[in-house]
Design a protein around this ligand. Sequence first.
Ligand code: GDG
Length: 492
Amino acid sequence: MGSKPVGRLVVVSNRLADPRKPAAGGLAVALGEALQSTGGLWFGWSGRIVEGGTPGEGELHTQQAGTVTLASVDLGREDYHAYYDGYSNGVLWPVFHYRLDLADFDGDYIDGYRRVNQLFARRLLPLLRPDDLVWVHDYHLIPLAAELRAAGCAQRIGFFLHIPMPPPPILAAIPQHDRLMRALFSYDVVGFQSRTDVGHFTAYAQAELGARAAGEHRLEAFGRRIHAQAFPIGIDVEAFERLAHGREARDAYTTTRSEYARRRLLIGVDRLDYSKGIPQRILAFRQLLSSYPENRNSATLIQIASPSRENVDAYTDIRRELERLCGALNGDFGELDWMPVRYIHRTVSRRRLPGLFRASRVGVITPLRDGMNLVAKEFVASQAAADPGVLVLSRFTGAAEQLEEALLVNPYDIRGTAETLQQALTMPLPERQARHRALIERLRAYDVHAWCGNFLSALDPSFPADFMQRARARRSRPPADPGRPAPASLPR
Ligand code: GDG
């Protein structure tokens, strides 16, 4: 094992990130490193929408970024709307986050979703070489392998689902669920964030698709055997720590600490998404101020909610709801010199985030449902070991399976969450240190490089175990691009 040269890596995701820009987040950087080391190809949507474009058609653009080829396809307005806003974010996102009430099943978007997956397969296939390993990311592209296989693609193809996999009866509410899930059997490896997700997928495949277990991590159906396993995604801990020691993070820390010198800060950072439980978090903070009045004029919640998917109706509703809740809280509890909640509906520079995290006593990460949640990990990585803040984390995140030393909460239980916030605010230093030590060790052991390496060696066992370390050693860091904040997850 290990003598055969590894194949070229081909990453396919809805959006691409330029791997040369270190301002890109951990995931883009890790994928970029893996791509660079194999001289790879990154394929996806160009981000360009062509008005009046022919459905199912889109021009291909290629560009060289060091040793990595970036290949991207334009989409016509109609395709984009049905594939992205419609099926991906109006049907799959809510259902996979257990929100059948928010799913738009009437929209008739499935044809556009299929068309774009077929277009991607058509444009990608001629670019593939026989030894390539193809790694497809996320719910936008579930049918891609089936489309590639139908056109004769025999390369190994892996799929990673970044969002949760719901339990079978919820999944079965999607009118096309069987065809959609059957398509996963065209992959060789299907990766999930958590063991819970793998359990749901296995139960669904057995009950609805007649799949049978064929050994550890193996399922068989439709004459194919797939490898289905949890590969919990991590962050680039070292890069985040470097960011935390950078000038902008230090400035953010100092300014925040002096501005809130007499206050104890709690912080939440999320894309403004209904899955993130932000309204429940505001209510829990309100409950904290009611139940534990000693926190009045002291505890302050900074909630950064970066704009996201503003074309989808459910996102306008959540924005209004949050503005109302924050306004009411500040109106009811605020003093001339103290606003309980600072709600910021803007993207904050990635370089400042670690400073804000470090200045906060409590990280409040309470999604109703989340595949993993990288913010929880970034909060932990930002803390000073000598005087660390406390992570309050929803038990319904993938991260909760790993970060056992966080204070886990049920975000629907407003009173329970308020009590846990109080526990976090009053936790003695030795306990904070002990919890932080255990958490940071786990983050290091399961960082984004380990995630990438583990997935790739499941896809092709000839990938050496230390592949990612070697890839990193070879990489020379170009100068930082300070201008452009970028999310650590794939751009959504
Ligand atoms: C999906 C899954 C899974 C957020 N606001 C700002 C900002 N961010 C950055 C965070 C973090 C990233 O965006 C968000 O990552 P999450 O993991 O928390 O959530 P999703 O975007 O929903 O990601 C999720 C992930 O994919 C990876 O597999 O963990 O479960 O839903 O890095 O820091 N960054 C900046 N300004 C902001 O205002 N710069």
